[in-house]
Design a protein around this ligand. Structure first.
Ligand code: PLP
Length: 474
């Protein structure tokens, strides 16, 4: 934050009792310490549960990404656009369960769909008619003719990678440096490598992102920078006839939000196809959130395979894999067995149908767009007012404040951003009653169909307090 101007106090007083920061001139570390103290004081019951959970759950949580600093937040329930912790604190939920809660909480259409299905049976491992309706609606939105279902984003991208390899008979795949596609072996490469691990920009290292990933698998996953078309051409040249395809988030998330440059995605498709390789869009995050037809609709480029999960289930665990006649026709012909006991589970299909046909409607997207614009305008106003080196990046229901003035075009640019500002911002919002996704600069907010202007104003008001505190640094 090199370029902060003379401090200017925000004219708006936080209504949600954002606690005072250390006085003018405090460092970012002092702001974090003060906010973490307030955070813990507000949540004694969460701390008590965390202590008990430590004895029953490995690491005291149900997924390693539920560990938040300074302590995990245990929730009691959600309703509409709000969630409530076990200490009774209310939050505007912009975490959205890591981007899944586009319907908000307890949406009547989802509740009705689930209630109706529960009484009719929750699992058969045989197809039910709702699966056809869901597939037809996904075809209408994403322009791909054939679909299958799974249970998580990880399963969807795993199937997509298997399928690209099966169809082409090739073993190598390409992924983007800094891209996250779930936790199966082939994509656990260079997800969030450290600066001293990444190697040269024109030949990024293949860095295992987890323990337990065999080197032999890491070697099969080639890495390239986002927006680097030449890098893909180079990999294709260096490995003739060996690359099955590329998996990519068309609008890169899990690194703030990074937009594809004009022509990049269309260029990728052309390049890969010219070498007999396939293109998979991982739309697990962008799916219904970037717009009604995801990033595919926003960018106008349709890949060979699309992976969906998170928001399509209206809060229920489900994933979808769609593809061209060539790609999914290979499955239809029995070339690749895409299987799973819970695939197309009737409860998940009922939720999906309601999400697609009754919740994620044109009117809902209009409403979300108005709220997005309100959020962006308010946040940018405060950035400008306080002379912060920061920017707001958003697409559809997703957005984030990136604490650098420089445009970010790939993971290397993202890597250089000081994460302490994002963490301090998260704490400020949290203590002011807005639950953004944890994990600092990586994640984005999600505006649901149930948020309203007052929710967005709470986000902006909290940010105003934070921006004023930052503006007074130095
Ligand atoms: C882009 C992307 N792909 C895949 C996944 C994996 O999805 P899941 O956590 O449902 O396995 C995620 C999860 O955050 C994701 O963001």
């Amino acid at each position: 934050m090199a370029e902060q101007a003379v401090p200017m106090q925000s004219s708006s007083t936080p209504e949600t009792a954002v606690p005072a920061s250390p006085g003018a001139g405090a460092s970012i570390d002092e702001i974090i310490t003060a906010q973490e103290k307030i955070f813990c004081e507000r949540q004694p019951e969460s701390r008590r549960l965390a202590g008990r959970a430590d004895l029953a759950l490995a690491g005291g949580v149900t997924s390693s990404w539920q560990v938040t600093r300074p302590q995990p937040v245990w929730l009691s329930h959600g309703k509409g656009s709000k969630i409530y912790d076990v200490d009774g604190n209310e939050y505007v939920d912009l975490h959205g369960g890591y981007g899944a809660a586009l319907a908000g909480h307890g949406h009547p259409a989802i509740v009705e769909a689930l209630r109706g299905q529960v009484t009719l049976g929750t699992h058969f491992a045989q197809p039910t008619p709702a699966a056809i309706l869901v597939a037809e609606e996904l075809t209408r939105r994403f322009g791909l003719p054939l679909w299958r279902f799974a249970n998580s984003g990880t399963e969807a991208t795993m199937d997509a990678v298997h399928l690209m390899r099966a169809i082409t008979g090739r073993d190598l795949i390409i992924k983007v440096e800094g891209g996250y596609h779930g936790h199966h072996d082939s994509v656990q490469v260079s997800v969030c490598p450290e600066a001293d691990e990444v190697g040269p920009a024109n030949k990024p290292s293949q860095v295992p992102s987890s323990t337990g990933i065999p080197q032999a698998i890491v070697d099969l996953t080639l890495v390239v920078g986002f927006n680097d078309l030449d890098g893909v051409a180079r990999l294709l040249d260096e490995n003739p006839g060996r690359i099955a395809g590329m998996i990519i988030e068309p609008i890169m998330m899990n690194a703030g939000i990074i937009q594809p440059e004009p022509g990049y995605l269309a260029g990728l498709k052309e390049l890969l196809h010219s070498r007999g390789a396939l293109l998979t869009f991982d739309e697990v995050k962008t799916g219904l959130t970037a717009g009604p037809s995801g990033a595919t609709g926003v960018t106008g480029v349709t890949p060979d395979i699309i992976c969906l999960a998170k928001a399509i289930g209206g809060g229920v665990s489900v994933a979808a894999i769609g593809g061209t006649e060539e790609a999914m026709g290979y499955v239809a012909a029995g070339g690749y067995e895409m299987v799973g006991t819970f695939n197309g589970n009737p409860l998940a299909m009922a939720a999906c149908r309601a999400m697609l046909c009754e919740v994620a409607t044109p009117a809902a997207y209009q409403r979300i767009e108005a709220l997005r614009q309100r959020a962006v305008a308010g946040l940018q106003r405060e950035i400008g007012r306080n002379g912060l080196a920061a920017q707001v990046v958003s697409v559809g229901a997703k957005g984030c404040v990136v604490f650098t003035a420089e445009p970010v075009r790939d993971f290397r640019g993202f890597l250089g951003i000081d994460d302490s500002y994002s963490h301090a911002h998260w704490l400020y919002q949290h203590n002011g009653g807005v639950f953004l996704p944890p994990w600092g600069k990586i994640e984005q907010w999600l505006i649901s169909v149930q948020h309203d202007e007052a929710d967005i104003d709470r986000l902006v008001t909290n940010f105003a307090g934070f921006a004023a505190a930052l503006g007074s640094l130095r």
